[in-house]
Design a protein around this ligand. Structure first.
Ligand SMILES: NC(=O)c1ccc[n+]([C@@H]2O[C@H](COP(=O)([O-])OP(=O)(O)OC[C@H]3O[C@@H](n4cnc5c(N)ncnc54)[C@H](OP(=O)(O)O)[C@@H]3O)[C@@H](O)[C@H]2O)c1
Length: 298
């Protein structure tokens, strides 16, 4: 299916909300409001949520800001995800952790996200992880209904293999595959998922683009030591910080990977925006790749 029609335009970086609440820095309502305001001032209007973040509490905390700030609500784009069921006291009826992409679950989850976020429409709704029992007919039906009812604008997936993406995309146009991509998690470069995004003209988004923060601080593995050595040279050449080099590594791919940043600090978002000025050479990219895999390419 051609996905170019009605494509979605993301900010140069997307702000992940996973670590802002209970699962991370536990921002107060006022801190979260200031943080969103500052992101918007920087022109960063995309926020990435999931029903499960903070054990089903993070969307509601974000929504508490949006509910009293209609002006902000108008300015931002919200992505959210559904399809994972977590066991938590907030969902006492879930017996075990499982995946569920039945029509019934998608519709109920989308309704809940709308309510929690305090928005009339979800800009982008993703299936969080491939459900081994997924029925593409059912998912497409759920997505079409949400679109028809004006409850979701665009649809996509996360963590889908190329064949799983293909299957669902043949029923309904998908606008992204949100994948784990970083210098430490490079499988998307090799397993066809990024190639597929290029083929369909859709933008891949990268979760944990800075490997969840594990590249910072003391290197404790030989992989990290090798990467940091190469990165240091590039930092000098480009007068850049480590995060900027690691983001430039992702940006070099022609699919136009957009990082979903997990930081809670505005200065790091500014730094990520500034990293757009860095265009690594082909050889420099392969120096980082070689450091990561520990040998020459074949
Ligand atoms: N689709 C999925 O399955 C999936 C899975 C996981 C996550 N996600 C999404 O992806 C988003 C990002 O994931 P992530 O949080 O793992 O991304 P990340 O950006 O790779 O890591 C963020 C972590 O790195 C730290 N960090 C960033 N820059 C740093 C620096 N210069 N020095 C030291 N520490 C630094 C941050 O701390 P500070 O706050 O101190 O900067 C934060 O703890 C999540 O919020 C979520 O929206 C999606």
């Amino acid at each position: 299916m051609d996905n170019k029609e009605e494509s979605i335009n993301f900010s140069p970086v997307i702000i992940g909300t996973m670590r802002l609440g209970e699962w991370g820095v536990k921002m107060t309502n006022n801190e979260l409001e200031r943080f969103i305001d500052e992101c918007v001032e920087l022109g960063v209007i995309d926020f990435d949520h999931a029903d499960i973040y903070g054990h089903y509490s993070s969307e509601g905390e974000f929504g508490a800001v949006l509910k009293r700030r209609a002006d902000l609500r108008q300015k931002i784009q919200n992505t959210t995800k559904c399809g994972i069921k977590l066991t938590t006291k907030r969902r006492p009826n879930f017996k075990i952790k499982s995946y569920d992409s039945t029509k019934e679950h998608i519709l109920a989850s989308a309704e809940n996200s709308l309510k929690e976020l305090g928005v009339e429409i979800l800009d982008l709704l993703l299936i969080h992880r491939p459900d081994y029992l997924m029925n593409p007919h059912e998912i497409a039906e759920a997505f079409q209904l949400l679109k028809k009812e004006g409850k979701a604008r665009h649809f996509g997936v996360s963590n889908f293999t190329a064949s799983q993406f293909d299957l669902l995309n043949s029923f309904i146009s998908l606008k992204t595959n949100q994948l784990e991509i970083s210098i430490l998690e490079r499988s998307a470069f090799e397993n066809g998922t990024l190639a597929q995004c290029l083929k369909h003209g859709i933008v891949p988004t990268a979760w944990s683009p800075l490997a969840g923060g594990s590249m910072f601080g003391k290197a404790v593995s030989s992989v990290k030591t090798r990467i940091l050595l190469v990165a240091e040279e590039l930092q000098q050449k480009y007068n850049a910080t480590l995060d900027q080099i690691l983001l430039a590594f992702l940006r070099k791919h022609p699919s136009g990977i957009i990082p979903v940043l997990g930081t809670s600090k505005i200065e790091r978002i500014k730094s990520a925006l500034d990293s757009q000025k860095i265009n690594l050479t082909h050889e420099e990219w392969y120096e980082l790749w070689q450091a990561a895999i520990g040998e020459e390419v074949a």
